[in-house]
Structures are given as structure tokens and as C-alpha cells.
Design a protein around this ligand. Structure first.
Ligand SMILES: NC(=O)c1ccc[n+]([C@@H]2O[C@H](COP(=O)([O-])OP(=O)(O)OC[C@H]3O[C@@H](n4cnc5c(N)ncnc54)[C@H](OP(=O)(O)O)[C@@H]3O)[C@@H](O)[C@H]2O)c1
Length: 209
């Protein structure tokens, strides 16, 4: 598959490297040509700007900071029409009582991205795991919850999750992406606090006692 990545940071490097390893054709797009070229060289991808990445991808990963996603995507929105647009952003910041959603009371980050790129098929994906998880061996077998409305885009997301050795798990439409973003605020906050979120959950067969 041809994959365009918007951004040349941690998530772009981690997921891009795994997708290249899996045989996909990846183009890293960034505002800084040297950063895009350095990352692309390191992982065996090609480099360009945001427009080249958006044009290249049958699927496109938005991997710029969550405050920049819409601003980066609007100028290339026309190139994203009909494509799967993966949103891994975490709209969370430290607050007085733990991590907080910057989107509280408003649209989810995934919805804002969808509004910025009309005609693209946004899928929330990969936001719960750290870049280091996807870069290393411990992401294998981890479930990646996905929210999206378009069956074909969800199928693309399933392929890209499987390509990093993880397990795709569709959990609803894009309207539910805000719940996934809120889940990240709790789960990542627990990891930062040295707590293990997995201990909250019984095996599925024991969920009802
Ligand atoms: N890191 C993680 O463990 C992790 C885990 C899950 C989800 N996420 C999410 O993944 C996304 C990317 O995170 P990251 O850790 O990969 O970030 P990062 O390492 O800081 O990289 C961000 C990339 O976005 C670019 N960028 C930032 N602001 C921009 C702007 N206004 N205009 C154009 N380009 C801009 C940066 O370009 P420059 O280098 O030119 O500044 C860089 O290429 C975020 O939404 C984050 O919430 C991260």
C-alpha cells in the first residue's frame, strides 16, 4: 500500500519504520525538508512535503501534534478526498488533577480533523500506545481500538494495524472517537502515575462475574 505520513516525529518514525518493514511504500512529509529526509533515510522511506505525502498515500497518517493537525491538513485536504486518514493524536495536556482533554465540551480531535478534510475518511487509530511501543517488540499482539465510519477506510486501518504486529479492534463510528480520546487521558495518566490500567479489567468471560 502507498502510505503518506504527515509529520516526521516520534509516531511517524515508529509506525513508518514498521510499515516499510512490512513492504509498504511510505513517504514522509514534513515542513522541514531536512527532518523529512533524515527520517526517510533512517527507515527506508521517501521524503517530501505535506502535499507530496497527502498525494502519495492511499492511506495517510496525520502525525503532527494535535494542535497542528487541522492547520496542516486544511491546505492538502483536496488531496485526501476518498482516502483513509488515520488520526493518532492525543488532545491531552497535564492538569491540576491529572491529564485533561483539550477538547472537553467540544468536538473530538478526530472530528475536528474530519471537518478539516471533507471527503477524507478519518479513522482514530494508534493513539493509546506510545511511539516507543510501536517502534519496539512489545506492541506485537496489543489491541488497537479504532473508530471510523467508512468500511473501506476501516479495512485499510485494520491492514496497517496488522502490519505492525498489533490486533485491530473496531469499537464504533467516528462519533465515538471522543470516548477513545478520553480513555487515553485516563490510561496514559495511569501509566505516568505508575499504575497498570490492565489491572482494572477482568478477562471477558468474567466481565459479568
Ligand atoms: N509520542 C507518542 O508516544 C505518541 C503516542 C500516541 C499518540 N501520539 C500523538 O501523535 C502525534 C504526533 O506525536 P509525536 O510524538 O510523533 O510528535 P513529535 O515527535 O513532536 O513530532 C511532531 C511532528 O509534527 C510537526 N509539527 C508540529 N507542529 C507543526 C505545525 N504547526 N506545522 C507543521 N508541522 C508541525 C513537527 O515538525 P517540526 O519537527 O518541524 O517541529 C514534527 O514533524 C500527536 O498528535 C500525539 O498526540 C504520540
Amino acid at each position: 500500500m502507498r502510505i503518506g505520513i504527515l509529520g516526521a516525529g516520534n509516531m511517524a518514525g515508529a509506525l513508518g519504520a514498521k510499515w516499510v518493514e512490512a513492504g509498504h511504500d511510505v513517504l514522509i512529509g514534513a515542513r522541514s525538508a531536512p527532518r523529512a529526509e533524515e527520517l526517510a533515510k533512517r527507515i527506508g522511506a521517501r521524503a517530501g512535503g505535506f502535499a507530496e505525502a497527502a498525494e502519495h498515500g492511499d492511506a495517510v497518517l496525520a502525525a503532527v501534534g494535535h494542535t497542528a493537525t487541522a492547520e496542516v491538513v486544511v491546505p492538502v485536504a483536496g488531496l485526501l478526498v476518498g482516502k483513509a486518514l488515520l488520526d493518532c493524536s492525543n488532545p491531552i495536556v497535564p492538569g491540576p488533577d491529572g491529564l485533561m482533554l483539550t477538547t472537553d465540551g467540544g468536538p473530538s480531535a478526530a472530528r475536528t480533523l474530519a471537518d478539516a478534510a471533507p471527503g477524507a475518511h478519518v479513522v482514530k487509530a494508534f493513539h493509546l500506545g506510545a511511539a516507543e511501543l510501536w517502534a519496539g517488540p512489545h506492541g506485537r499482539g496489543v489491541a488497537v481500538p479504532l473508530c471510523g465510519d467508512d468500511p473501506a477506510a476501516l479495512a485499510v486501518a485494520h491492514t496497517l494495524v496488522a502490519a505492525v504486529g498489533a490486533v485491530p479492534l473496531s469499537v464504533g463510528g467516528l462519533d465515538r472517537a471522543g470516548y477513545l480520546e478520553a480513555t487515553a487521558a485516563i490510561v496514559i495518566g495511569m501509566w505516568f502515575a505508575g499504575q497498570d490500567p490492565r489491572t482494572m479489567l477482568p478477562a471477558a468471560e468474567h466481565a459479568h462475574g
